[in-house]
Design a protein around this ligand. Structure first.
Ligand code: CMC
Length: 432
C-alpha cells in the first residue's frame, strides 16, 4: 500500500470491535481498508454500483467531482487539451511522465509502425452483416486480435504486455475506421503513417481511393482533443470491466474487448450517440419543455442524455473544453445555425436554470458536446461510441498494465447480499 496509514477506524458490530486500517491517499478522501473484515467479523459490506468502494490503488487519473477537476498523472485536463496532443498524452498515461523530445521521437513511430491490421482480418470484417453496429464489429475484431497476434498474449511477460499495448493503441483507429467503411460499403483505406494519429483516423474514415482527400487541420485538432479528453477516467464502468477481466489473467485483447462491450451502454459511452439522437428527436426548440417535463417525471424512464455524471457534481471539466472546441469547429464549418445545435443550446440554457437540474447538480457532460462536434465533422451517430472506445483504449491499457504489475492484485470476486430462496429439496415434476 503506497498511501499513508493513519490510526485505524473502529467498527462496532454486535459484540465485536474491529480495527479497520485507514489510508490517506495523495488526493481525495481517506480510505478504510475492509479487506480483513469478513475474516475478522464474518460480515460483508453492501455497496451496489461501488459508490463508496475503492477497488484498487491507482496512480493514473484523479477526479475531484466537487471541484470539477480531472488530472492525468497530475496534469489538469484543460492544460493537456490546450497544449498537448494525443500521442503525448498516451505516453503520459502509459509511462507516468510527459515524454522528452527524444522519448517522443522513439514512441511515435513505435505506434505508427503497428497501425496496419493483419491482411487476413479483411475476411473477418466481411463476416459481419452490412448493417452491423460498428461497436459490434469493433468488440468482435478487438477480441479477434488475440487469434492473430499470439506473440503478445502472455500477460506474465512484460515485453509481450508492452507489444500488445502498442498494437491496440495503433490498430484501434484502423479497426474503427474500417468498421465505418464497411457499414457504408466503401473500400477500406489503409493507414498513412506520415499523418498524425487524429489525421490518420480522419483520412481512413473519409478518404476514398478515387480522389485526393486532405484533412483539415482544425478538424484534426478537434478530433485530437476529443481523443485526449476521453483517454482515461479513473475506475469507471468500462475500466473496472477491463480490470475485472484482466484479474483472471485473460489476454490483453480479450480484456480490452470486454471494456469496449461495457462502454457501449447508453449510460456510459453510448450516451454521446443517445444525446444526439435525443436532440434530433426533440427536433425544434418549441418541443424542449415537453422533454424537460418527461425527464423530471419519475414514472417516465426518459432522461436527458448528455446530462449528469456519477462523479462530477459541479461541472464536467471535459465539457468545458469540448464546448470551446464545438464553437471552433462549427464556426469553421459554418453551421452555427444548424437546427440540432439550436436545440442543444436552448436545452443547455433551460436545464442550467431549472431547479430540478440545479438541485440534482445535473450539468451537461462531455458527451453532450462531443456528439455535436462529431456530427459536424460528418460522422454518423453510430460512430460516436466507437470514437470514444478508440480514445479510451490507452486508458484501459494503462490501467490494465498497472493492475498486472500490482503485487497485491487478486482475481476480482465481489460478494452479495443474498435474497433468494433458502435451502429446499428438489420436487419431482408431478409434485410441483
Ligand atoms: N435526466 C434527468 N434526471 C436525471 C438525469 C438525467 N440525465 N441524471 C440523473 N437524474 C436524476 C435522477 O432521476 C435522480 O433523481 P432523484 O434524486 O429525484 O431520484 C438524481 O438525478 C440522481 O440520479 P442518479 O441516477 O442517482 O445519478 P447517478 O450518479 O447514478 O447517474 C448518470 C449518473 C450519468 C448514469 C446519469 O446522470 C444519467 O443517466 N445521465 C444520462 C446518461 C449520460 O449522459 N451518461 C454519460 C455520462 S458521461 C460519459 C462517461 O463518463 O461515461
Amino acid at each position: 500500500m503506497v498511501a499513508d496509514s493513519k490510526n485505524p477506524a473502529k467498527l462496532t458490530f454486535g459484540d465485536q470491535e474491529i480495527d479497520l486500517p485507514v489510508y490517506s491517499p495523495v488526493l481525495g478522501p481517506d480510505v478504510l481498508d475492509i479487506r480483513k473484515l469478513y475474516a475478522q467479523g464474518d460480515v460483508f459490506t453492501f455497496d451496489p454500483g461501488f459508490t463508496s468502494t475503492a477497488s484498487c490503488e491507482s496512480a493514473i487519473t484523479f477526479i475531484d467531482g466537487d471541484k470539477g477537476e480531472l488530472l492525468y498523472r497530475g496534469y489538469p485536463i484543460d492544460q493537456l487539451a490546450e497544449n498537448s496532443h494525443f500521442i503525448e498524452v498516451c505516453y503520459l498515461l502509459l509511462y507516468g511522465e510527459l515524454p522528452t523530445p527524444a522519448q517522443l521521437d522513439e514512441f511515435e513511430p513505435r505506434v505508427t509502425r503497428h497501425t496496419m491490421l493483419h491482411e487476413q482480418m479483411h475476411n473477418f470484417f466481411s463476416g459481419f452483416r452490412r448493417d452491423a453496429h460498428p461497436m459490434a464489429i469493433i468488440t468482435g475484431v478487438m477480441g479477434a486480435l488475440s487469434s492473430f497476434y499470439h506473440d503478445s498474449t502472455d500477460v506474465n511477460d512484460p515485453w509481450q504486455r508492452e507489444v500488445a499495448s502498442i498494437r491496440m493503441i495503433a490498430k484501434m483507429p484502423t479497426i474503427a475506421a474500417w468498421a465505418y467503411k464497411y457499414s457504408i460499403g466503401q473500400p477500406f483505406v489503409y493507414p498513412r503513417n506520415e499523418l498524425d494519429y487524429a489525421s490518420n483516423f480522419l483520412h481512413m474514415c473519409f478518404a476514398v481511393p478515387a480522389e485526393e482527400y486532405n484533412v483539415d487541420p482544425i478538424v484534426a485538432r478537434a478530433m485530437d482533443r476529443i481523443f485526449t479528453l476521453h483517454a482515461d477516467h479513473e475506475q469507471n464502468a468500462s475500466t473496472s470491466t477491463v480490470r475485472l477481466a484482466g484479474s483472471s489473467g485473460a489476454n490483453p485483447f480479450a480484456c480490452i474487448a470486454a471494456g469496449i462491450a461495457c462502454l457501449w451502454g447508453p449510460a456510459h459511452g453510448g450516451a454521446n450517440e443517445a444525446a444526439l439522437n435525443m436532440l434530433r428527436e426533440i427536433g425544434t426548440v418549441d418541443r424542449i419543455p415537453e422533454f424537460i417535463e418527461r425527464a423530471k417525471d419519475k414514472n417516465d424512464p426518459f432522461r436527458l442524455m448528455g446530462f449528469g455524471h456519477r462523479v462530477y457534481k459541479n461541472f464536467d471539466p471535459r465539457a468545458k473544453v469540448m464546448k470551446e472546441s464545438a464553437d471552433e469547429v462549427l464556426g469553421l464549418l459554418g453551421i452555427e445555425n444548424n437546427p440540432t445545435l439550436q436545440v442543444a443550446i436552448e436545452l443547455e440554457r433551460i436545464a442550467l436554470t431549472d431547479p430540478y437540474f440545479i438541485d440534482r447538480k445535473l450539468y451537461p457532460n462531455v458527451d453532450f458536446y462531443s456528439g455535436i462536434i462529431l456530427d459536424a465533422i460528418g460522422f454518423p451517430t453510430s460512430m460516436f461510441t466507437p470514437i470514444f472506445a478508440l480514445a479510451r483504449t490507452v486508458g484501459w491499457i494503462a490501467q490494465w498494465k498497472e493492475m498486472i504489475a500490482d503485487p497485491t492484485q487478486k482475481i476480482g470476486r465481489p460478494r452479495q447480499l443474498y435474497t433468494g430462496a433458502k435451502h429446499r429439496d428438489y420436487l419431482d415434476i408431478e409434485n410441483r
